[in-house]
Design a protein around this ligand. Structure first.
Ligand code: HEC
Ligand code: HEC
Length: 308
């Protein structure tokens, strides 16, 4: 920068670099000034029209009555209307057809499955786990170990009517002693481990088929003869895990507990203390548009891997 200004008349600021680069003092172009003032006008308009100035508990609302959530809802409505128009035929078919017919139709079946995931997460996942993977004390829906049957009809019925398994405490007649409960529990485990005929389980086997009448529900070899809500004892899948004050308790302790206190045993106006509770609520009144959504979910659950 030099003190000497060789261009005193051109209106420069006197700041000169590299001998001849000067800073001038021209007004901004007219278009720029207009845009600048228009900006102020726009701000005033904006502040009046839209919600703008924060206040202690709220903010100015603006004369337009605009809110982000309202705009979202309107857009969502547009999307929903589009969906309803686009998939009207599929929805109509879901409503009209029986679940057994729906699973025969590849397109309709795929449509039902794809539109079920959110419903399943909202209404079923808390108990049955993500994609039906199960939670301790709630059945897995993604395997073929069914209490009530894995046909799409049986799955639909579970949602319509709910499901409540019942197992009496201490055998069918409620008369097994503590020692007998332990014997029959050991035998029940042997059923899944493949050595039920070993000498050491003879006493348990006799109780299972005789005094306890376990086989009436659980079947002669631990597998119910037809689905009736009773657990399959012939596989390694366990419904109940641990005992209430020790969730890590061994399988034997868990079985002993279940046999002692039964499942959903009623007493007086309520339930027997310690009885295992296992109740699938009816979804007829719980699901929005249950008539269609129960079918949709039945097709989805049936597809999870264990459908029959
Ligand atoms: C409050 C917990 C809970 C919710 C929520 C729930 N279930 Fe269940 N569900 C259960 C229990 C507990 C059982 C086992 C009942 C029994 O022991 O007989 C069960 C059983 C079932 C069965 C029968 C399983 C079998 O092995 O035969 C199906 C199918 C089923 N549920 C589907 C669903 C679907 C689909 C939803 C969502 C609409 C759902 N459940 C929501 C607790 C629940
Ligand atoms: C009236 C039918 C009925 C009778 C009789 C019955 N059970 Fe059960 N049992 C059930 C039902 C129902 C369940 C619970 C299934 C569920 O909700 O997961 C069950 C569950 C069990 C379980 C728990 C399995 C697990 O995976 O945690 C065991 C163990 C068991 N029973 C053993 C026996 C034995 C041993 C006897 C005889 C002393 C017996 N049951 C008698 C119906 C019966």
């Amino acid at each position: 920068m030099t003190q000497h200004n060789p261009w005193p008349d051109e209106g420069n600021t006197g700041h000169i670099w590299d001998d001849d680069i000067r800073e001038l003092d021209n007004p901004p172009p007219l278009w720029w000034m207009l845009a600048f003032y228009a900006g102020f006008v726009a701000i005033i308009f904006y502040v009046i029209y839209y919600p703008a100035i924060p206040w202690v508990n709220s903010h100015t609302k603006g004369v337009a009555g605009w809110t982000a959530i309202e705009e979202y809802n309107q857009d969502f409505q547009v999307l929903n209307n589009w969906r309803q128009r686009t998939f009207a035929a599929e929805e109509e078919q879901l409503r009209a057809l029986d679940v057994t017919e729906i699973i025969q139709d590849d397109n309709l079946r795929a449509y039902a499955i794809n539109t079920s995931r959110v419903l399943f997460s909202d209404y079923c996942m808390a108990c049955h786990g993500a994609e039906g993977s199960g939670n301790p004390n709630f059945p897995i829906l993604a395997n073929d170990d069914w209490l009530w049957g894995g046909s799409v009809k049986a799955i639909e019925a579970a949602m319509i009517n709910g499901r409540v398994g019942n197992m009496p405490a201490r055998g069918m007649m409620g008369n097994l002693t503590d020692e007998e409960v332990i014997e029959v529990a050991k035998y029940s485990i042997a059923l899944s481990e493949g050595n039920p005929d070993a000498e050491e389980f003879a006493a348990g086997k006799a109780l299972y088929n005789g005094k306890g009448m376990c086989m009436a529900c659980h079947g002669p070899a631990g597998k119910p003869l037809a689905p009736n809500g009773a657990a399959n004892l012939a596989n390694e899948i366990n419904r109940f895990q641990g005992v209430p004050d020790n969730l890590q308790a061994s399988r034997l302790d868990s079985y002993i507990f279940t046999i002692k206190y039964g499942v959903n045993v009623r007493q007086g106006g309520g339930f027997l203390e310690n009885t295992r509770r296992a109740e699938m609520p009816s979804f007829k009144e719980r699901l929005p548009d249950a008539e269609v959504n129960i079918k949709r979910l039945a097709v989805y659950v049936h597809s999870l891997g264990g459908g029959q």
